[in-house]
Design a protein around this ligand. Structure first.
Ligand code: PRP
Ligand code: MG
Length: 212
């Protein structure tokens, strides 16, 4: 039987809400703590539990047909991957922050400064737009510690509640983009998968409407 292959974050902030929205669509799947792959019992769907940062490439290659993923990750890594639904959860922003005690007037203050980030493409594009050149340090996690250990003058990372910034004595000074979980589609998805996708979107739209 033809199925649609969907990528879901393996662990982390999106995982639970992603599985919940599928469940709310009446699709029952194993919650997959130990498995990397699961089948839905009552819908032609296979779920692949993957690392966030890997999902855009899997979509590009057509290894999965669709994905529930943070828009911020798609923007960072996935140019040209269409988004068909905004899912209304995991809202956050990608922002630049500096130590609280540092005077900050404008982005020009970051000229020649070191910025630690997991979002180099997003930051670079923003800086280019503003005509500012900074020195980017790519870190994959715990970015907000960088200024405190003398590794950077500023950070660029996801801000959700703001508590990580607060705990690290940082202040948000530039918002680069707003993000939420979205449903993205592989450019290589076939006609049969698009048919299944239409059924899924129909259900998702009812669920999203009921949540509003
Ligand atoms: C994420 C992100 C920020 C934090 C933002 O980190 O990288 O650090 O959450 O959320 P907040 O504004 O609600 O504090 P996460 O805890 O997922 O860990 P990681 O950075 O090690 O990946
Ligand atoms: Mg973090």
């Amino acid at each position: 039987m033809e199925t649609i292959k969907v990528a879901v974050q393996k662990s982390g902030r999106l995982n639970e809400d992603s599985l919940r929205i599928l469940k709310d669509c009446g699709i029952s799947i194993d919650n997959g703590r130990d498995q990397l792959r699961a089948s839905a019992r009552n819908f032609p769907m296979e779920v692949f539990y993957l690392r966030n940062g890997d999902i855009p490439q899997y979509l590009k290659d057509g290894v999965v047909d669709i994905a529930i993923i943070g828009e911020n990750v798609l923007i960072e890594k996935g140019a040209d991957i269409p988004v068909v639904e905004k899912l209304g959860f995991s809202r956050c922003r990608v922002s630049i922050a500096v130590p609280k005690n540092v005077e900050y007037n404008s982005i020009n203050d970051l000229e020649g400064k070191r910025i630690a980030t997991s979002y180099p493409n997003t930051v670079l594009q923003y800086l280019n737009q503003k005509g500012v050149t900074s020195d980017l340090h790519i870190i994959n996690g715990s970015v907000e510690i960088a200024p405190n250990i003398g590794l950077a003058d500023a950070v660029c990372d996801i801000v959700s509640s703001g508590s990580t910034l607060f705990k690290n004595n940082l202040k948000e000074v530039e918002v680069l983009l707003q993000s939420e979980a979205v449903l993205a589609v592989s450019p290589k998805a076939g006609a049969k998968q698009h048919k299944i996708l239409e059924q899924l979107r129909f259900r998702l739209q009812s669920v999203l409407e009921a949540r509003n």
